[in-house]
Ligand binder design. Structure first.
Ligand code: CDP
Length: 784
């Protein structure tokens, strides 16, 4: 028996992850492990062109291939009114193309066959005649005079512009800029990258010919929302749809949207009457499913002569691909980008955003990010470092001078966000102390004198996670609340069902820990179930680090609700007045007589066996939690790099990451989240890039070209923490899953730019690869 088994497993205990017992033994239940009787396989034919008119599709040869049951085209889907579907941002997206293809990799047809290989062979026999059109691969190209119209099927769409969105105070910001002593500008590009979960996306649709019930096993981070969308799209009654999200091998935002493959597989199963499995391969995942970022940003920071920030003005052009399908609350077209004032007390700000269609895959998913917060955090942290450099003020000192101070919380930002709590100076002090900042600065100075290229980068990010509250935050109108249903059995063991869905974050452990803390039932006795819409209460799912802030709060609340009932049961058993009972985790005792007590398990048993007059039997409840506000985790990351003069190669020598996510439920799991997030941030900063050539061909369609960091490349991360509880969360917890991916890219790039600053280099866009660094050094005549 492991030590974990003996622990109570309350909040703050680093108990081992319950789910790892099956994951480490290779016994997880991932989508591809499911084999249903009579199951067919589906392969999708994708467009080789970024922009082309479909002149004809010939399926005869494919249909005649062995094992083929059906070849599905857009025309067939159109007969069932399923050729197009709504996106999460209220646009429309082609399920299978009928008129044009609008990005390379777009779904054109599908083959359903007895085996996957037969489906793939037949897919290759489909003949499509295309008339190639000019491709648009950037917002600049999208707005150029004479640019081809990508969405010509949309009524009233005259150009490639999707939206103009703004936030903040334009006039006030203009006035502040007019008074500024200095304005620092940064133009930067946060390139397209991909969440790249280990497991790709897929589904098995099983529509029962007799009952009409559609059971869809799906790699979905948001099964309930998907069920509702499916009901609306297909017209099937919602109670006849069951989405089951089994174990998921990483999501990171990639598994929030509805992809055409899900719709085609479901339609195929409905028409054929047999289960249909579709699992995309790695290239399909990289070229056609939800990308992230692709923001071109310009920031202007106005400062006075004392180095105080006066105002911030930001404009961004968003490259949304062929269909506007960002996963984000409907009223925020650029996600929560307007958190862009970050950790700084900037009196006024104005933010504008323009979205454009391009001939690239749609998506705009919140890759380990609360709806575009990552881009915002990157811009402000890069801009602040550049400003410090230009002003000749130490980058830590400049930040400290402008931080929102602890006593200013709750703090309303210039764009209207109410930050719940924070202590930014403290997080920075802890990080700089851990780094040995003052000594390091001297070392950098000395080594630069010897001609070496070395630098320190800092990022003091503020995040916003835990959407809703529901009045402001929604997905296609569905309010962003979340839920927990807790059932305590007669023997005092419990079943907790949640509306969120873990993709590896350890929910089966941490949510059991919340029950352990609140109700006193040991975590090992609490079974956590997620991902089955027929059994779990309705919830909006797991993304944007919302599980702990929202579903974690729901778990605490339902546990407290049951504790109130258990108190009545204990009073009945003890023949005492309810008011005279004292709660100590796991039991009630009579005030002044601790020997007269009843455990939570005894109270649970009584709920089924020995009730007070008039009480309903059972000990169970459900809580739907609509948070009063978001939570605002934060931290300071500091990075030290050396740059090789001859090759431009960057070596990360040290990385200190101090995070504050309020109260930590399981410190070990939190640290795991941070280690993983830092690795992803490192990959984005230095290696990962989904890019396109002038014809819209996707470069980076496999892991030979799209470079993910492995243990070999990843530096060691030194972790630190501060704890500033959230005042409105029942446990004081804030989300943490995405903090490190949000905060770290700017810290890495700031370190490189600091190293290159003596040569007048002020920006290199990510990924900061050796060739880019070398070229920048060469342009200044520095390389060896
Ligand atoms: O929504 P998602 O699960 O991705 O993100 P999260 O709420 O930030 O939680 C990630 C994991 O860290 C979960 O297992 C959480 O319960 C755990 N966590 C924690 O133990 N303490 C916190 N303050 C925040 C998260």
């Amino acid at each position: 028996m492991s030590s974990t088994m003996h622990m109570h497993g309350g909040i703050g205990e680093s108990i081992k992850r319950k789910e790892d017992a099956r994951f480490l033994r290779g016994k997880g239940n991932y989508l591809d492990d499911f084999v249903l009787p009579n199951m067919l396989h589906m392969a999708i034919l994708r467009s080789p062109h970024a922009h082309a008119r479909i002149k004809s599709i010939d399926t005869k040869a494919a249909s005649a291939k062995p094992g083929v049951i059906a070849v599905v085209t857009g025309e067939l889907m159109a007969q069932h009114k399923l050729a197009w579907m709504p996106t999460l941002s209220g646009d429309t997206q082609a399920v299978l193309a009928t008129d044009k293809v609008r990005f390379q990799g777009q779904e054109v047809a599908a083959v359903v066959a007895e085996t996957l290989y037969q489906a793939e062979d037949a897919r290759d026999a489909i003949e499509v005649e295309y008339e190639i059109l000019q491709a648009v691969t950037s917002p600049e190209g999208a707005k150029a005079a004479g640019a081809p119209l990508i969405r010509d099927e949309k009524e009233g769409q005259k150009d490639n512009h999707i939206y103009r969105w703004e936030s903040g105070d334009k006039t006030g910001t203009q006035a502040a800029f007019a008074k500024a002593d200095k304005v620092i500008r940064l133009h930067t590009f946060y390139p397209r990258c991909h969440p790249s979960p280990l497991e790709t996306c897929g589904c098995i649709a099983d529509v029962n010919g007799v009952t009409g019930k559609a059971t869809i096993y799906m790699t979905s981070q948001a099964p309930h929302a998907i069920r509702t969308v499916f009901a609306l799209v297909t017209g099937l009654p919602e109670q006849q749809i069951r989405i089951i999200s089994p174990d998921i091998g990483g999501g990171f935002g990639n598994k929030v949207p509805v992809y055409p493959g899900y719709v085609v597989a479901t339609a195929a199963s409905l028409l054929i009457g047999r289960p249909v499995k579709w699992v995309e391969d790695r290239t399909e995942n990289l070229i056609s499913t939800g990308f992230a970022r692709d923001y071109h940003m310009t920031g202007d920071l106005a400062v006075d002569k004392n180095g105080k920030m006066l105002a911030l003005r930001v404009h961004l052009d968003s490259d949304n691909g062929a269909f506007f399908s960002d996963a984000q609350p409907s009223k925020f077209k650029a996600g929560l980008f307007h958190i862009v004032t970050g950790s700084y007390d900037i009196p006024t700000a104005h933010v504008t955003a323009d979205g454009y269609y391009t001939n690239k895959a749609p998506g705009g998913v919140a890759y380990r990010c609360s709806f575009r917060v990552t881009e915002a955090s990157y811009l402000i942290e890069r801009l602040v470092s550049n400003a410090a450099m230009e002003l000749g003020i130490d980058q830590a000192e400049f930040r400290k001078r402008n931080f929102i101070q602890p006593e200013q919380f709750p703090y309303t930002s210039a764009t209207g966000w109410v930050y719940d709590s924070g202590d930014y100076p403290k997080a920075m002090d802890v990080a700089l102390e851990q780094l040995g900042y003052e000594e390091l600065k001297k070392d950098v100075e000395a080594r630069r004198k010897k001609g070496e290229i070395t630098g320190i980068g800092i990022a003091s990010f503020t995040e916003v996670v835990g959407a809703g509250h529901g009045a402001e935050f929604d997905i296609l109108g569905l309010r962003m609340f979340d839920s927990a249903e807790l059932r305590v059995h007669p023997t005092g063991k419990a079943l907790l069902r949640m509306g969120v869905k873990s993709q590896g974050q350890g929910h089966e452990t941490t949510f059991a820990q919340i029950v352990a803390e609140e109700l006193g039932i040991p975590a090992r006795d609490v079974l956590v179930e997620e991902g089955d819409t027929d059994t779990a209460p309705y919830g909006l799912g797991t993304y944007a680090s919302r599980s702990t802030p929202v579903a974690g709060a729901a778990t605490a609340m339902v546990s407290r609700q049951l504790r109130d009932k258990a108190r009545k049961l204990a009073a009945h058993l003890l023949e005492a007045d309810e008011e005279d009972l004292v709660w100590e985790r796991g039991k009630f005792y009579v005030k002044g007589s601790p020997e007269k007590s009843k455990t939570i398990q005894e109270a649970a048993f009584a709920a089924y066996t020995n009730l007070p007059e008039g009480m309903q039997p059972g000990l169970e409840g459900v809580h739907y939690y609509d948070p009063p506000n978001m939570t605002y985790p934060f931290g300071t990351y500091a990075v030290v790099v050396d740059v090789d003069k001859g090759t431009g190669q960057v070596k990360v020598k040290r990385m200190v990451a101090v995070d504050d996510c309020g109260v930590r439920i399981n410190p070990m799991i939190v640290e795991g989240q941070i280690q993983g997030g830092l690795t992803e941030g490192f990959g984005i900063a230095f290696m990962e890039l989904i890019t396109f050539d002038a014809e819209g061909n996707c470069i980076g369609s496999n892991f030979m070209d799209y470079l993910l960091p492995t243990a070999w490349e990843t530096p060691k991360f030194e972790i630190g923490q501060t704890v500033t509880p959230s005042p409105h969360h029942p446990l004081g917890a804030k989300g943490v899953g995405e903090s490190a991916t949000v905060g770290s890219p700017a810290a890495f790039v700031n370190a490189v730019i600091d190293a290159l600053s003596p040569y007048g280099i002020t920006n290199i866009d990510m990924p900061v690869t050796s060739d880019k660094v070398w070229a920048a050094l060469r342009s200044k005549g520095v390389t060896e």
